[in-house]
Design a protein around this ligand. Sequence first.
Ligand SMILES: Cc1cc2nc3c(=O)[nH]c(=O)nc-3n(C[C@H](O)[C@H](O)[C@H](O)COP(=O)(O)OP(=O)(O)OC[C@H]3O[C@@H](n4cnc5c(N)ncnc54)[C@H](O)[C@@H]3O)c2cc1C
Length: 408
Amino acid sequence: MKQNQIWGSGLSPFFVPEDFLPSHPSVKEDLETEILVIGGGLSGLLCAYELLKAQKKVTVVTANTIGDGACRFSSGIMSADGGPDLLRLRELIGQEHAVGWYRLAAAAVEQMEKIVEDTGSKCDFRRRDQFYYTASPREASVLREEYYLRRHIGLDCEWLNEAEGRELFSFPCGGGMMMKNGGGELNAVKLCRDLGDWITLHGGSLYEGSRVDVIESCGPDGFLCRCSGKKIRAKRVVDARGGEVLLKRPQLGQRVTVFVVVTQPVAVFRGWKDGCLIKNHDELSYLRTTPDGRILFAGHPTSVLTPEGRWGKLDANALCRVKYKNLGAELEEMFIGLPRAKVEYGFTQGLVLPKKGLPYVGKDAQWKDLYYLYAFGESGLAGAVLGASWIRRMVCGEGGNVPEYLAL
Ligand SMILES: Cc1cc2nc3c(=O)[nH]c(=O)nc-3n(C[C@H](O)[C@H](O)[C@H](O)COP(=O)(O)OP(=O)(O)OC[C@H]3O[C@@H](n4cnc5c(N)ncnc54)[C@H](O)[C@@H]3O)c2cc1C
């Protein structure tokens, strides 16, 4: 392994150092705006995009550079499903809501495609089939039940038994479902950069290196926010600060550490049908290919590491090395026919798993005109797209209530 094998370092295959040089000014004087969006990740930037489309005056402020939060490490997979299994989600929020969320999540991929087209983003968006499988023939019956439910609600998927799986993939498959054309992949950092440019080109203001420390309500006059020693007055505020909100509201989710390995570029993909997205039911791991022909394998999450990168009294590097080695060995075994599927490096990052596996979107219970969008977790990209359009509808009074199961 070359570099970046150490805990918390930031080199995902989508990382280009230039992308994290500030390209927008910081707040240097007091400002006034109609809507202040706090957070320059995909959630905040998509909210700004939606609100500018609705002719609102929007200012975005972000603590460091845009796209430097969870987006920077995102695998960029838009799953063809809503994140948590439909069977599990049904237990958590009831059949009607679970089905509702699944339909919305499927629509989010389409919505993302339109946004990419509209903004002209070069984020390498591609529609993809997704194979959701289990290696264990015993687990296959559970997954098959999930498949029946998905089919029943009209999702386009096909069941592959062990023998059919073997025809398309080189790894052992007890059974799985191929979700047709329902997923997508993209480069989340590039999308953030392109959205940033689109926002400034369409009359929005965007400030980097500008952290909001305090939000005060001024009653009917809106809000006063303190940002880098300056004051920003806004009629409305959208809070899209990402994982940082967990510092004050730890009950919203659990922070786990995800391990990711990236291979050298692979010339020909044998034993991997059309480079589709792959999700493993047994270990909650994901695989995708990158536009330069690498394999990205993310999985084996653990909650034993602290946000500081410590494992009890030990430094986390030892654990990382073991995880990368295991992921690498698993990958070589899965794609035995790909001679160059050798891990080049690994990286690791904290991921917030929200309590129900869903984003949080809504209006603050205490302060009118304060909105929040926290799109955590494995369906974060879908949550950001859907959440941003709900924020626009709430702000513009367009109707269509946010489903109550997404409220804080
Ligand atoms: C390792 C990893 C892999 C992932 N893979 C996927 C995936 O494959 N598919 C998927 O759907 N999702 C994935 N996600 C999640 C997904 O990337 C995020 O949910 C999505 O990017 C939405 O991010 P966000 O804008 O809500 O938060 P962030 O990207 O974290 O952005 C929040 C921004 O707010 C800024 N900020 C915070 N506090 C303040 C403040 N007080 N003032 C000003 N600015 C502030 C931060 O600096 C940051 O730039 C992954 C996440 C991680 C960590």
